[in-house]
Design a protein around this ligand. Structure first.
Ligand code: NAP
Ligand code: GDD
Length: 375
């Protein structure tokens, strides 16, 4: 075997190390699972919290006393450059996935400066830490369809101009361009994944999809009487988070760094989402949903729908779970969760729709079977 061949064999068999910021979030948890299954050693950057915030990754947790833990959590913050520098120097990752962010659009109007610090300048801190540490990892930036905001074309693709409509969207545009700038200035392998909305049973409970699926489950079980929402007219291109983390990884396996739109190409309104969720529990949402103006945004994004033709062609990526199946999966998971949480509270469920004799129609195992990781 000549030297070049030997080298490339060594490269392909070498253990790969990934760092994920935002590992405790929805995408971080799916990505950690995905990379562990691919044989990576995974480090997750996590910020200190006074209460536990690792619920989404507890099933992956390994005791740090284990002689060879595949997943390790390290304290750090996108607001703290010194922590980023230290972490990069010590773990020397091959791939970095920057998923950490203040990711709630409505909240970004309440905390615009903090959102700019973390969701915007946080990316710059990480890119600078890469330069300072002298390592050459591949870098993934979690860019967002929210950057298209007041859309300039339908559907949106990699060449559509940005027109952000929130402090969150503006911060993401900064991160997008600083990633491009570091790619061009310093020859970094840095990619933007422009991801459209993606959801799952692990979605944060204040995003509209999860708020609705959880609300439908709780109303069905008699735990909640009403569901307060904002604008029901906006339309989004919703996919499954498990499908989308695969696209992140595929972007970093390409020969050249490029930016990709990841989307399903279909769009639905909030009322479509309500129809599916409440149909799953055999109720009519119009009997339970109330409008509360506090959930409206100062500036709204009316329609997002992506054209992921480039990703389909170059990455061979495509979404596997339909909107209908996604929302049903989320309602089933929320029913399970609420039943487990309220187990033993006979008074609560006793005189409610199922007369306290609720037998879950869907076991955890069945829910798992729709996960791409068990297929
Ligand atoms: P998420 O569930 O809200 O997770 C955000 C993560 O960022 C959490 O782990 C959070 O930690 C962490 N974080 C927040 N502030 C931080 C800080 N100062 N330093 C370090 N970490 C911090 O969001 P997601 O849905 O998984 O989305 C992942 C990324 O993709 C985000 O950047 C989001 O903006 C972007 N994105 C999401 C979508 C989508 O539809 N889901 C679409 C496009 C782009 P805690 O657990 O401590 O809060
Ligand atoms: N959160 C929320 N809560 N949204 C509501 C509600 C409500 O009670 N009622 C109506 N909506 C509408 C919002 O006004 C918005 O038009 C739509 O539902 C979706 O809101 P979210 O689920 O909060 O998501 P988002 O589209 O604003 O942002 C998400 O997707 C982006 C990608 O496009 C987040 O995950 C961002 O981090 C991500 O970048």
């Amino acid at each position: 075997m000549n030297r070049r061949k030997k080298q490339s064999k060594k490269e392909t068999t070498r253990e790969r190390v990934a760092l994920i910021t935002g590992i405790t979030g929805q995408d971080g948890s799916y990505l950690a699972e995905f990379l562990l299954q691919k044989g990576y050693r995974v480090f997750g950057l996590m910020r200190r919290s006074s209460s536990f915030n690792t619920a989404r990754i507890n099933h992956l947790y390994q005791d740090p006393h284990d002689p060879d833990p595949r997943l390790q959590l390290v304290y750090g913050d996108l607001n703290d450059a010194s922590s980023l520098n230290k972490i990069l120097r010590s773990i020397r990752p091959d791939e970095i996935y920057n998923l950490g962010a203040q990711s709630h659009v409505r909240v970004s109007f309440d905390v615009p400066e903090y959102t700019a610090e973390i969701t915007g300048v946080g990316t710059l801190r990480l890119l600078e830490a890469i330069r300072d540490s002298g390592i050459h990892p591949k870098f993934y930036q979690a860019s967002s369809s929210e950057m298209f905001g007041k859309v300039q074309a339908i559907p949106q693709n990699e060449t559509t101009p940005f027109y952000p409509r929130s402090p969150y969207g503006v911060a993401k545009v900064y991160s997008y361009w600083i990633t491009v700038n570091y790619r061009e200035s310093y020859n970094m392998f840095a990619c933007n994944g422009i991801l459209f909305n993606h959801e799952s049973p692990r979605r944060g409970e204040t995003f509209v999809s999860r708020k609705i699926t959880k609300g439908a489950a709780r109303i069905k079980l008699g735990i909640q009487q009403e569901l307060f929402l904002g604008n029901l007219e906006s339309r989004r291109d919703w996919g499954f988070a498990g499908d989308y983390v695969e696209a992140m990884w595929l972007m970093l396996q390409q020969e050249e760094p490029e930016d990709f739109v990841i989307a399903t190409g279909k769009h639905y309104s909030i009322t479509d989402l309500l129809d599916i969720a409440f149909e799953e529990v055999s109720l009519n949402w119009k009997d339970y949903v109330r409008i509360d103006s506090r959930y409206y945004r100062p500036a709204e994004v009316d329609l997002l729908v992506g054209d992921s033709g480039k990703a389909r062609k170059k990455l061979g990526w495509e979404p596997r779970i339909s909107f209908n199946d996604l929302i049903r999966m989320m309602v089933k998971a929320d029913l399970e969760e609420e039943i487990q949480k309220n187990h033993g509270t006979q008074g609560l469920l006793g005189d409610k729709p199922f007369g306290g004799k609720w037998v879950p129609a869907y076991s955890g195992a069945e829910l798992e079977s729709v996960s791409p990781f068990s297929r």
